[in-house]
Design a protein around this ligand. Structure first.
Ligand code: CA
Length: 222
């Protein structure tokens, strides 16, 4: 499947080589060198490859701004060993990360996994899960509590959607991280707690999203 890639990378040499390799594999690439351009162009892409060190806007700010308006898959490109940026990137909603120099085979495998997960979470319209007065519209990616939209972030919604796919059933922490973050989950364990805290605060229904100690979580009471 051809993936329309928006490549955000200010190093022309790196960008040129990557774009050429992806083109050769049948993936159309739009290449930009500035964060501001990424914010204008991401709507036409199936996937964003985002370098964090950009000349005009910090890559993490670009990511935050894209995530505020779009669920498009984003793979972050970072310098080797830049663990703090990786964790922050995943917290802000990056789907995966790669350290530079990027190896083409690894990039293609990650792209494939990230795009597959993105397609899988596009549930058909009209698929609505109701638990007490919480209404989870999987197609519209919207959650109403007592009739009010509680404005979840992309990752908060995805966590809830995984749980809502099996209401009343315990889902392990590992499975939750795997479905929401895929291969990146090892770096993200603490980030899951942050998203869960935000999700619970917005739901404002104590006990509805239960912790199963030593295992995981469940949507719905005993
Ligand atoms: Ca750079």
């Amino acid at each position: 499947m051809a993936v329309r890639v928006l490549l955000v990378e200010d190093d022309a040499g790196v960008a040129g080589a990557l774009a050429e390799s992806l083109h050769a594999r049948g993936h159309p690439v739009t290449s930009v060198g500035r964060g501001a351009d990424a914010l204008h162009r991401h709507r036409d892409a199936d996937l964003v490859l985002l370098d964090l060190g950009l000349p005009d806007i910090d890559g993490l700010d670009v990511l935050r701004k894209i995530r505020a308006v779009s669920p498009v898959p984003v793979i972050v490109l970072t310098a080797r060993g830049d663990e703090r940026s990786i964790v922050r990137g995943l917290r802000l909603g990056a789907d995966d990360y790669l350290t530079k120099p990027v190896r083409l085979a690894e990039l293609l495998a990650r792209m494939d996994a990230v795009v597959r997960r993105a397609v899988a979470r596009e549930a058909p319209a009209g698929d609505v899960v109701r638990v007490e007065d919480v209404e989870i519209d999987l197609g519209a990616r919207r959650v109403l509590v007592a009739g009010h939209d509680i404005g979840l972030t992309t990752k908060e919604f995805e966590i809830l959607a995984v749980l809502a796919a099996r209401p009343g059933t315990a889902v392990s922490r590992q499975q939750l991280m795997d479905e929401v973050w895929g291969d990146a989950y090892l770096a993200v364990s603490r980030s899951l707690d942050v998203h869960l805290t935000g999700l619970r605060a917005k739901l404002d229904r104590p006990g509805l999203l239960a912790t199963i100690r030593g295992f995981g979580y469940r949507l719905g009471r005993d």
